[in-house]
Design a binder for this molecule. Structure first.
Ligand code: NDP
Length: 334
């Protein structure tokens, strides 16, 4: 695979220009370009430039509003509903998260529900933004069905990601951000392409039989939740939080409503913020830090988020798939 070296700021500029030339205004283009370039900065490649052609498909098909103006509405002092105006999620998140943080700082706990937006990104930016303000953050979203509930043979859940960040004084937060599927669909696609076997428990073939053949899972089969019935319960919780509580589509409803243009489907996002200072008291930092330090010093431990934080330190250009760069330049040219 040939690659093209691009700095993080060149990645931002490339993404922004492509979005601007395809119907986004500056606010929407910059917010999505920030999400894309920070994903590349951290080595979250599957949610970086790789997603841009999908964003553009949704602008070109008219599904997504490139001029969206997210509208926050306080439901109570601790609950904010934000209408994404049919735009991409990054701007909605950038508008809503500071309001959520302010409410949690005052009240100890607050919730932001985002409706009418299109999520195509990783979920760590929103919880890291909360942790940077000394708050605990939890976020989840849904898209379209790919994962069979435990015991079933047909897809019903999406890969339902959930992220969590816990602030650490003067350090990067403890943060995880993960799909609740046994394996990401993209990784199964790569294994199928390369003819690799997968362990049992990742997916079923089109007849609903367990298989180790990545091709059979990828073409007509389904992915399983991680951790059997336990992962299935967590995936159900995510559907209920991000769709039921938010008042937007469950995964199956999002698939029915989608125009199948290859871009993101409409879905909600649930984000919660908690203040450790209010809930645990002023010694929360030392107390939690003692626990996290013991954890990270255990032999064999690698903290979630560590890979991304190490990537983030590098000032070197990121190596981007050259075919993808060419596709993006063509999309930018029109
Ligand atoms: P991974 O399985 O790669 O990683 C999940 C989490 O586990 C990360 O926080 C990761 O940290 C951590 N981790 C990985 N390996 C280890 C290890 N050996 N020890 C300790 N921690 C570890 O991610 P997924 O494939 O589940 O998800 C990838 C991304 O896809 C996420 O960002 C998710 O939000 C996104 N996604 C978005 C969707 C959407 O609709 N918007 C749908 C589905 C997924 P680190 O990052 O440092 O490696």
């Amino acid at each position: 695979m040939s690659t093209t070296p691009l700095t993080v700021s060149e990645i931002f500029d490339l993404a922004k220009q492509c979005l601007l030339n395809n119907g986004c205004n500056v606010d929407n283009a910059e917010a999505a370009a920030r999400t894309i370039s920070t994903a590349e900065r951290d080595g979250s490649e599957s949610h970086g430039l790789f997603r841009l052609p999908g964003y553009i498909k949704s602008l070109r098909s008219g599904k997504v509003n490139g001029h969206a103006v997210p509208k926050p509405e306080p439901l109570t002092p601790a609950a904010i509903r934000l209408d994404g105006d049919n735009g991409f999620a990054p701007l909605a998140i950038e508008v809503g998260t500071p309001l959520l943080a302010e409410a949690a700082e005052q009240l100890g706990v607050a919730v932001l529900t985002i409706r009418n937006s299109f999520h195509f990104a990783a979920l760590w930016p929103e919880v890291e933004a909360l942790a940077a303000k000394g708050l605990v953050g939890l976020a989840c979203t849904v898209h379209t069905p790919m994962v069979a509930p435990f015991g079933a043979k047909k897809a019903f859940f999406s890969t339902n990601p959930i992220s969590f960040a816990y602030p650490r004084p003067n350090k990067n937060p403890y943060v995880f951000d993960m799909a609740t599927a046994a394996k990401a669909r993209g990784d199964i696609g790569v294994a199928a392409r390369d003819g690799h076997e997968l362990p049992l428990g990742i997916g079923l073939d089109s007849d609903g039989n367990p298989t180790t053949d990545a091709k059979k899972i990828h073409q007509g089969g389904v992915i399983l939740p991680f951790g059997g019935y336990k992962g299935s319960a967590i995936a159900t919780m995510i559907e209920l939080l991000a769709a039921g509580l938010v008042g937007d589509y469950f995964s199956y409803e999002a698939a029915e409503a989608d125009n199948k243009d290859g871009g993101p489907a409409r879905g909600g996002e649930f984000i919660m913020a908690l203040s450790p200072k209010i809930l645990a008291g002023t010694d929360w930092g030392d107390h939690s830090e003692a626990f996290l330090t013991k954890l990270e010093q255990m032999e064999g431990i690698r903290m979630p988020g560590q890979r991304r934080f190490e990537n983030r330190l590098s000032q070197a250009p990121r190596q981007i798939n050259s075919e993808l760069v060419e596709t993006i330049r063509e999309l930018t040219a029109g």
